[in-house]
Design a protein around this ligand. Structure first.
Ligand SMILES: *Cc1c(COP(=O)(O)O)cnc(C)c1O
Length: 382
């Protein structure tokens, strides 16, 4: 092992958090916690002050996503992972089709495959570093994929599968590491769902979903069917999308939420909207991402992992390093200098850096990061 490499103070980014989730939380979000120290924290989520926070989140996201007529913002506890199981319990009627191209997109497909009351899903599998969208299949009632595959840094298009509306199928898109960072037309989806600890820079534990009227109707009919024939399907109360929607309409959640997560999310949504909304946020992320991709392409020892420039994520950037340079050592030298969470997704198993460039990250800090990586790599052999 080499000795610790000390990066000169003047080269360091102002903020060293580059995680892909949890991600950087801005100081103003933490200030918002302090501001609510006695009026919000430790108070009931069923009373006006906290419900106003939830109302502001729902209104702010409606404007951020330019909500189409009839669409609603719902939220509940459990994160995107819980939403997968909620979708299995109360959105997929019989059979779903999935595009899978990495850990996160595959996990939802695995949930559906293990639900005893659903038919085996149809899986369209792509190699890591690419995306694969589900294709039209007779008898499928839900098409599912991830807007941004966080394990590989791949961004996929969000548009309905041709013919899917005609067959009455829903489109369920995991927007967890994309929502707030990548452009999206939510009218191409029936559920665009995410957790707030990525682009929204809050803490984990919550799921948020942009829902179409068709999704809300589907949940009602699936859950009604389960009531009539409980032998065929069980919808645990916690996984009832209908209950979640009923609570969300009252600016509440089914069970007790982390109030701190709500406060930080509310502050971020307002910050994004005040700065220019999704157009501003996505342009800022695109700029940060291009700083990294351009640097890697110029570099003698680094390369973007995703070969198709059109599939390169603007929120989670994956950079392969030459085998001669051990990415683990680079990551740990960066951590010694306060630059954290730059390692690749463990299960992908590549000699790689993975960098979250969500809206909270300053593009100038991304530039500083590239210089710090160069500095460390030049000294690794010493
Ligand atoms: C992080 C992530 C998840 C899981 O979110 P949790 O809040 O941990 O449940 C799901 N999908 C994608 C694309 C993610 O990036």
């Amino acid at each position: 092992m080499s000795n610790t490499i000390a990066i000169p103070q003047s080269m360091l980014p102002e903020d060293g958090r580059f995680g892909s989730g949890p991600s950087k939380i801005r100081g103003e979000q933490v200030d918002a916690l302090a501001a609510g120290a006695t009026t919000l924290l430790g108070t009931s989520h069923r009373q006006t002050p906290v419900r106003q926070v939830v109302a502001s989140i729902r209104e702010g996201l409606a404007s951020f996503f330019r909500l189409p007529e009839g669409y609603e913002i719902a939220l509940g506890n459990g994160g995107a992972s819980a939403f997968w199981d909620m979708a299995c319990a109360s959105l997929i009627a019989r059979r779903a089709a999935f595009g899978t191209y990495g850990s996160f997109s595959a996990k939802f497909a695995a949930s559906a495959a293990s639900a005893p009351f659903l038919e085996s899903p149809v899986i369209f599998e792509g190699d890591p570093g690419t995306y694969r969208l589900p294709e039209y299949v007779d008898g499928v009632d839900a098409y599912c994929w991830a807007h941004n595959e966080t394990s590989t840094g791949v961004a996929a298009p969000v548009r309905r599968v041709a013919g899917s509306l005609g067959q009455g199928a829903l489109t369920l898109v995991d927007g967890t590491s994309a929502a707030g960072a990548l452009p999206v037309d939510v009218s191409q989806t029936d559920a665009y769902y995410f957790s707030p600890q990525k682009a929204f820079g809050s803490d984990g534990g919550l799921w948020v979903a942009v829902l179409s009227p068709a999704a809300i109707e589907r949940a009602a009919s699936v859950e009604q069917g389960a009531k009539l024939d409980g032998a065929r399907r069980w919808v645990p109360p916690f996984l009832s999308l209908t209950s979640a929607v009923a609570n969300s309409r009252k600016d509440q959640t089914l069970n007790t939420p982390a109030v701190a997560t709500l406060i930080m999310l509310e502050n971020q949504v307002r910050w994004l909207n005040d700065n220019g909304g999704l157009d501003w946020a996505s342009a800022r992320c695109a700029r940060s991402a291009s700083i990294l991709y351009d640097w890697a392409e110029r570099s003698a020892y680094a390369n973007p992992f995703v070969t198709d420039p059109g599939a390169r994520s603007h929120s989670v950037v994956t950079i392969d390093l030459d085998d001669a340079i051990d990415a683990n050592r680079v990551v740990s030298a960066l951590r010694d200098n306060g630059i954290v969470d730059t390692s690749g997704y463990r299960k992908l198993g590549r000699n790689q850096l993975r960098i979250g460039v969500f809206p909270s990250v300053e593009p100038s800090d991304v530039t500083a990061l590239t210089q710090c990586v160069d500095y460390v790599v030049e000294r690794l052999g010493d």
